[in-house]
Design a protein around this ligand. Structure first.
Ligand code: RIB
Ligand code: CA
Length: 324
């Protein structure tokens, strides 16, 4: 079982990713740090508690992080995730549990002040991570792994022709992390996450296997389905963050290559990840860029956990469904 700290900006796909990670038998989620991104940070904290309550894991500590990016004003993605960051689903929480007193960056700095067999799974803008590196420059050497949902190599952007939201929202933080983390970054970018389409057929399949989970998923994703139809004429929704969880659980679910990556922080292509695959700049690789994904294996793992169903059932049923 791998121990992990999740930094996130819940957000609909973050919420699915958190439930996947928390309920997975392969991961132990030690703590959750929240960053402004899809929604303001306090809404992200609230949504984190909604997921912990659903998973009956309010024992997992939550740390409130950055309200704004390092340099730029925060541009939320509430047009995509709803004003409540939870698909305007009406899903609320009963508990009154509050975040810890330490800020996210203080927690990350202190926790990784020494080497740990614990990794970080970053599902939002990298502001908290960058702030922690500023406080503790050795952070990168003390973590076991760093997996980030963000960036894109060949796939078009989702915030501009070339930029993916997490790195576009806080390009200065992303640049700092890629320049100074000091350990290999596993970049789960749009090249692979765009293959992960939670479709109406898959949602209908959920209804057959676990009606309670279906009802929750239907409420949570309706807004996201509407956004994808309106802006991409896609039936269903791309669930980016759960793929980063799956990559953390079993890295072979995606294939890729090592490369030097730089993040643009200025001008028309701000937030773009420049992947120097053919080594023009002659710099040591700082990242592993994931380029292909086993979509069926992802949905087998994801639905087994979220529907609390036997893996063999899900695996054989998925042969009947058209995925992606
Ligand atoms: O670009 C997709 C990413 O931005 C996902 O992590 C989504 O939750 C948003 O944070
Ligand atoms: Ca996210």
């Amino acid at each position: 079982m791998q121990q992990v700290i999740i930094d996130c900006d819940p957000g609909i796909d973050d919420a699915l990713a958190l439930e996947f990670a928390i309920k997975s038998k392969e991961l132990e989620v030690l703590a959750i740090t929240v960053v402004a991104g899809n929604a303001p940070v306090d809404i992200g904290v609230e949504n984190t508690f909604k997921v912990l309550e659903r998973c009956d894991r309010l024992d997992i500590p939550v740390y409130r992080g950055a309200e704004i990016p390092l340099e730029r004003p925060n541009v939320s993605a509430q047009d995509t995730h709803g004003m409540d960051g939870f698909g305007e689903s009406g899903i609320v929480r009963q508990s009154k549990v509050q975040p810890q007193k330490e800020t996210a960056e203080e927690f990350l700095t202190n926790f990784f002040s020494e080497k740990r067999d614990v990794g970080i799974l970053a599902l939002g803008p990298l502001t908290n991570i960058a702030l922690a590196i500023q406080l503790n420059p050795k952070l990168g050497q003390n973590i076991q792994r760093f997996v980030t949902m963000g960036g894109t190599y060949k796939s078009h952007g989702n915030c501009s022709p070339v930029a993916e939201y997490n790195y576009w929202c806080d390009p200065d933080a992303a640049k700092m992390v890629y320049e100074s983390l000091g350990s290999t970054i596993e970049m789960v970018g749009l090249d692979v996450t765009r293959e992960i389409v939670f479709s109406p057929a898959i949602l209908e399949y959920c209804r057959r296997i676990n009606p309670e989970a279906y009802e929750y998923l239907r409420k949570l994703t309706r807004f996201y389905f509407d956004f994808h139809w309106q802006y991409e004429h896609l039936l269903g929704c791309v669930i980016n963050d759960p793929l980063a969880v799956a990559c953390y659980i079993s890295s072979e679910i995606c294939n890729g290559f090592d490369s030097y990556v730089e993040v643009e922080t200025q001008g028309i292509s701000i937030g773009q990840t420049l992947v120097d695959r053919y080594d023009f700049w002659q710099k040591e690789p700082n990242a592993r860029i994931l380029e292909t994904v086993d979509t069926k294996e992802f949905f087998t793992q994801f639905l087994t956990v979220l529907l609390d169903a036997p893996e063999a059932t899900i695996a054989s049923d998925l042969n009947l469904l058209k995925l992606g």
